[in-house]
Design a protein around this ligand. Structure first.
Ligand SMILES: N[C@@H](CCC(=O)N[C@@H](CS)C(=O)NCC(=O)O)C(=O)O
Length: 204
C-alpha cells in the first residue's frame, strides 16, 4: 500500500491525498512534519511534504508523485499527448508562478511575522505576471483545460485558493479580475475527493 507522508495542513499534501482518493488507490497517511533530519531527507530531499513510499522506495514533489499515480491509474490527463502536456504546463504555472510567489508572504499571512515592503512589492509584481499566464492558459469550460477534469483543476484548487489568501498581505486581490477563476474554485471546492480531504483536515 502507498504511504503518504506529511501533514493535512499542507496544500501539496492535500493535493496528493485528493489525487489518491480520486484515483481510488489504497493509501495510508503517516504524520510527518517537514524536517531536515537525515531519515526525512531520504524520503524528501528538501525536507518538504508531501512524499510517498512505495515498497520501500520514496518519491517527493507533488507533480512527480502525480506522474507516478497517473501511470498506476490513468484518468486525469487527456489522451492526446500534447493536450496532456498542456495540462501539466498549466499546473506548473499555478505552482511556480502563482502559489510559490504568494508563498513569500506566508510568514505574515500565517505566523504574524511581518514581511518587508520590498518583498511585498516584488510579490505584487511577480503575481501580476503569474496570474496573467494562468489566465492565458485557462479554458474554464467548465474545467481548467476544457471539458475534461484534469490534474490542472487540482492544482488550481490547491494553489490559487491559498495564494489568494497569502497575496492579500501584499495588497493583491488575486481573483478580483477573473470571475471565472473564482467560479472554478467554487466548483472544485465541492468536488468529492477534494471535499473529503477538506473535511478530514478540519477533523485533524
Ligand atoms: N514543490 C513541492 C512543494 C512542497 C511544499 O512547499 N511543501 C511545504 C508545505 S505545503 C513544505 O513542506 N514546507 C516546509 C519547508 O519548506 O521546509 C511540491 O509540489 O510537492
Amino acid at each position: 500500500m502507498i504511504k503518504l507522508y506529511g501533514l493535512r495542513m499542507s496544500n501539496y499534501y492535500s493535493l496528493t491525498k485528493a489525487l489518491l482518493i480520486e484515483k481510488d488507490l489504497a493509501f495510508e497517511e503517516v504524520k510527518a512534519p517537514p524536517s531536515q533530519s537525515e531519515d526525512y531527507l531520504v524520503r524528501s530531499p528538501m525536507g518538504k511534504m508531501p512524499s510517498i513510499e512505495v515498497e520501500g522506495q520514496f518519491l517527493s514533489e507533488s507533480i512527480a508523485i502525480f506522474h507516478y499515480l497517473e501511470q498506476l491509474s490513468p484518468g486525469l490527463l487527456p489522451s492526446d499527448s500534447f493536450a496532456a502536456a498542456k495540462a501539466i504546463e498549466l499546473a506548473c504555472h499555478l505552482k511556480l508562478d502563482v502559489e510559490l510567489v504568494a508563498r513569500r508572504c506566508l510568514p505574515e499571512a500565517l505566523f504574524n511575522q511581518p514581511v518587508s515592503d520590498e518583498t511585498k512589492s516584488e510579490v505584487k509584481r511577480d503575481l501580476a505576471k503569474g496570474i496573467k499566464a494562468v489566465e492565458r492558459l485557462m479554458v474554464c469550460d467548465p474545467y481548467a483545460c476544457g471539458t475534461e477534469l484534469t490534474v490542472a483543476d487540482f492544482y488550481a484548487h490547491y494553489c490559487l485558493g491559498p495564494a489568494a489568501g497569502m497575496a492579500r498581505v501584499a495588497g493583491v486581490d488575486l481573483l478580483s479580475e477573473s470571475p471565472r477563476l473564482g467560479e472554478l474554485l467554487t466548483r472544485m471546492a465541492v468536488h468529492p475527493s477534494i471535499e473529503r480531504v477538506t473535511q478530514e483536515a478540519a477533523k485533524k
